[in-house]
Design a protein around this ligand. Structure first.
Ligand code: 2AM
Length: 191
């Protein structure tokens, strides 16, 4: 008989990414923005508990490499900062409706770049396409592809997380594997 495999045996592969996860009150306000936007028969709202802003999508990794990912997260300091999400838009290439910042803080792209460099240096595949900070509200949306201002939602960012994604029949299910608090004293990403 083949040896039993535990849920996290080292040859198991996991789909993972680094993200900012909104606190419950921010998630609720963002979810409320998405609700009236559900245009089109196939449009699907992201569930309240799944809202996030991706910093670096890593993709499938061997479970045995999780410690290396956690070491990367632990070695980078995220400055504390505020995100002011104030418009919605839709990308025609993938039909997602998302919320973004018209005046993005420089911290976010700098931090995402630092994270991606660290991942790359450890041999993890990272997407090199430009980083557009966005938080997906709807998939398969038929919202017009034109920016629309929304009542700003201010998100005090106090941590970043490593997340596992499992694809289920009803959509993705996310599990936070590790979290790192931001550093109020840091002014730029430090590695
Ligand atoms: P999205 O919100 O723009 O779809 C988990 O899949 C998260 O990683 C999603 O939030 C998704 O962003 C993001 N992501 C970035 N690149 C991805 C890729 N190549 N495949 C799947 N998800 C990706």
């Amino acid at each position: 008989m083949a040896p039993a495999r535990t849920a996290e045996s080292s040859d198991q592969s996991l789909r993972v990414f680094f993200a900012l996860w909104p606190p419950p009150d921010v998630a609720r306000r963002l979810h409320q923005i998405g609700r009236p936007l559900k245009q089109g028969p196939a449009a699907r709202s992201m569930r309240l508990d799944t809202l996030h802003l991706t910093l670096a999508f890593v993709g499938e990794v061997e479970a045995g490499r999780l410690d290396a990912l956690k070491a990367i997260g632990a070695a980078i300091r995220l400055p504390s900062f505020e995100l002011r999400l104030d418009f919605i838009d839709r990308w025609p290439h993938n039909d997602i409706a998302w919320v973004g910042c018209s005046e993005p803080s420089a911290v976010l792209p700098e931090f995402a770049a630092t994270l991606r460099d660290a991942l790359s240096a450890q041999g993890f595949p990272v997407e090199r396409r430009g980083f557009t900070p966005h938080l997906t509200l709807l998939r398969k949306s038929e919202l017009p592809s034109a920016r629309q201002a929304v009542t700003p939602v201010v998100w005090p960012v106090t941590e970043f997380v490593l997340v596992r994604s499992r694809r289920m029949a009803h959509g993705a299910n996310y599990e936070v594997l590790a979290r790192w608090p931001s550093d109020p004293a840091a002014v730029a990403p430090v590695r």
